[in-house]
Design a protein around this ligand. Structure first.
Ligand code: UD1
Ligand code: CA
Length: 462
C-alpha cells in the first residue's frame, strides 16, 4: 500500500499584492511550496503531484525535479484541483492513501503529516482541524449532537450559527484513494463561490457511512499564508524553529531573535553567531567559527576557527583560521585559503588569497591570485579593468606589495618580490626584485619662511 501526495498550488494569491505567484514567495530560505514539499519528504511518497495554474511557468521553475507537475487550466475549486492531481498520479491502487494539502502552509511539520497519513485500515479519510480564536475565512467543522463530524462548511456558505464554530478545517487531508476518486464525482459547484469544493468530499463520505478520523492540532502549525503580513509572521516562526534546532545541536547564539539563518544553511556545533547575521542559500559555517555582528553571507562557506564580522560574502569560500572584516566585501569567486585575511575595507572578487596571505586594510583585489604568505599593503588596487576588458594579476608567494601600489593588469609579480609604496606597476616584476615606480622626492629649503613673507605682504595691502 503506497502513499501519494497532491499539493494544490494553482491559485494566484491576490492578497499578496504581488506579480509573483503566492507559492513562489520566499520565506526563511525556501519558497512556500518548498516548505510544504520539505515537510512531505519524510513520508517518502510513491508519487508527489503539484497542481499548478496561475503563473505556471514561474511556479514550475521553483519546483524540484522529483515531483509530477499537473496543470489545472481553470481554477474551478479545490475539488477540481484534486481531481486534476489524482489524474496525474502515474498509478494508484484504491487502497492507497492520498494526502492532499495546499501549497501555502509553510508551517506544516513532517510530524503532523506522518500522523495524518497513518490512516486506519477501515477509515476513508482523516482530516486535520484546529481551534481558531478568529475562524473567519476558514471552512468550519460541523459536528452532530454526539460530536461526530458531519461535514465542512465554507465561510461564505455558513449560517450565522455556523459562523460561530471555532473549529476550522486546516486544509490537510488523507484519503483512501478509491473513496476519494469516487466521492469527487459527486461534488457539485452549487455554492456561494460556484466552485467545486474538496471539502464537500468529507460530508459525502460521512453520508455514505464511511469512517472519518480527525487529527486536532495547534492553530499555529496550519496557518495558511494569504498576505505579506502573514508571510512575515511565518518567517518569525520558521526562524525560531531553525535557531532552536541549531542551538539544540550546540551552536551558540547571542540573540536568536536577531539571527536570520535559512533552513538550507549548515552550521556546525561550536560555531558562534552574533546578532545581525544573515546566512542564506547553501552557506555553511564550521565549528569554532565566529560570525558577526552584522554579516550577510549567501552561498558561502566559512571554515573552522575563522572570524567574520561586519561583512558581506557572496559565493565566497573562507578557509580555516581566516579573518574577514570588519567591513570586507567578498564577492563571487573569492577564495581565502587557510589563515588568510581580508581586513577592514577590503573588497575581493574572483580572487584567491593563498595560505596566510594578508590584505589587512583598504584594498581592491579583483581577478587576482595571491600566493601564500604574501602581504598586500593598505591602499593597493588591482587595476583589472581597462574600460573594455578584465585582466588578471598574478602575485607569487612571500611577496610584499607596498602600500598604495597600483597593479595594472595584466601583470605578474614573482615570488619574494617587493613593490615600493605608491608605485604604479605596469610591467612584470621578477622573482626577488624590488620594483619602484615614482618620481624622486625633491626638497625646497626654507619654504615655510617664504610662505609667511608672502602672507604678510598680502595683508599689508588690505
Ligand atoms: C480552503 C478550504 C477551507 C480551509 C482553508 C484552510 C476549500 C474549499 N476550502 O479554503 O475549508 O479552512 O483552505 O486554509 O478547500 N487551489 C487550486 N485550484 C483551485 C482552487 C484552489 O489549486 O481551483 C489551491 C490554491 O492555490 C490554494 C489552495 O488550493 O493553495 C486553497 O485554495 P483557497 O482558495 O486558498 O481556499 P480557502 O478559501 O483558503
Ligand atoms: Ca487559503
Amino acid at each position: 500500500m503506497s502513499v501519494h501526495v497532491i499539493v494544490l498550488a494553482a491559485g494566484q494569491g491576490k492578497r499578496m499584492m504581488s506579480d509573483l505567484p503566492k507559492v513562489a514567495h520566499l520565506v526563511a530560505g525556501r519558497t512556500l511550496i518548498g516548505w510544504v514539499l520539505e515537510a512531505v519528504r519524510p513520508l517518502q511518497p510513491a508519487s508527489t503531484v503539484v497542481v499548478i495554474g496561475h503563473g505556471a511557468d514561474r511556479v514550475r521553475s521553483v519546483l524540484p525535479q522529483d515531483v509530477v507537475v499537473a496543470v489545472q487550466e481553470e481554477q474551478l475549486g479545490t475539488g477540481d484541483g484534486t481531481q486534476v492531481g489524482l489524474d496525474a498520479i502515474p498509478s494508484f491502487d484504491p487502497a492507497d492513501t492520498v494526502v492532499v494539502l495546499y501549497g501555502d502552509m509553510p508551517l506544516l511539520t513532517s510530524g503532523l503529516i506522518a500522523d495524518l497519513a497513518d490512516l486506519s485500515s477501515d477509515a476513508a479519510a482523516r482530516i486535520v482541524t484546529a481551534e481558531f480564536s478568529d475562524p473567519s475565512g476558514y471552512g468550519r467543522v460541523v459536528r452532530d449532537v454526539e460530536g461526530q463530524v458531519v461535514g465542512i462548511v465554507e465561510d461564505g456558505d455558513c449560517t450565522t450559527e455556523q459562523l460561530l464554530i471555532a473549529e476550522i478545517n486546516a486544509g490537510v487531508y488523507a484519503f483512501r484513494a478509491g473513496a476519494l476518486a469516487e466521492s469527487l464525482q459527486d461534488v457539485s459547484n452549487d455554492n456561494v463561490q460556484g466552485e467545486y469544493y474538496l471539502t464537500d468530499v468529507v460530508g459525502i463520505l460521512v453520508g455514505k457511512g464511511d469512517r472519518l478520523e480527525v487529527v486536532k492540532t495547534s492553530a499555529q502549525e496550519v496557518i495558511g499564508i494569504n498576505s505579506q503580513d502573514q508571510l512575515s509572521e511565518a518567517r518569525k516562526t520558521l526562524q525560531q524553529r531553525t535557531n532552536q534546532r541549531l542551538m539544540e545541536s550546540g551552536v551558540w547564539m547571542l540573540d536568536p531573535d536577531r539571527t536570520y539563518v535559512d533552513d538550507t544553511v549548515h552550521v556546525e556545533p561550536g560555531a558562534r553567531i552574533y546578532p545581525g547575521v544573515y546566512l542564506e542559500g547553501s552557506t555553511s559555517v564550521a565549528a569554532d567559527a565566529r560570525i558577526g555582528p552584522d554579516v550577510f553571507a549567501v552561498d558561502s562557506s566559512i571554515g573552522r576557527g575563522s572570524t567574520v564580522w561586519y561583512s558581506v560574502l557572496r559565493s565566497a569560500e573562507v578557509g580555516e583560521d581566516c579573518e574577514v572584516g570588519p567591513y570586507a566585501s567578498l564577492r563571487p569567486g573569492s577564495v581565502l585559503e587557510d589563515g588568510a585575511k581580508a581586513g577592514t575595507f577590503v573588497e575581493t572578487k574572483n580572487a584567491t588569497l593563498g595560505e596566510g596571505a594578508k590584505a589587512s586594510h583598504l584594498a581592491y583585489l579583483g581577478d587576482v591570485t595571491v600566493g601564500a604568505r604574501s602581504n598586500i599593503g593598505a591602499g593597493t588596487i588591482t587595476c583589472n579593468y581597462d574600460g573594455h576588458e578584465k585582466h588578471s594579476t598574478e602575485i607569487g608567494e612571500d611577496v610584499f606589495i607596498g602600500s598604495a601600489t597600483m597593479l595594472v593588469a595584466p601583470v605578474k609579480i614573482g615570488d619574494n618580490a617587493v613593490t615600493g609604496a605608491g608605485s604604479v606597476i605596469t610591467e612584470d616584476v621578477s622573482e626577488g626584485a624590488l620594483a619602484v615606480e615614482r618620481s624622486e622626492q625633491i626638497e625646497i629649503p626654507g619654504y615655510a619662511d617664504r610662505r609667511e613673507a608672502r602672507k604678510t605682504a598680502t595683508e599689508s595691502k588690505d
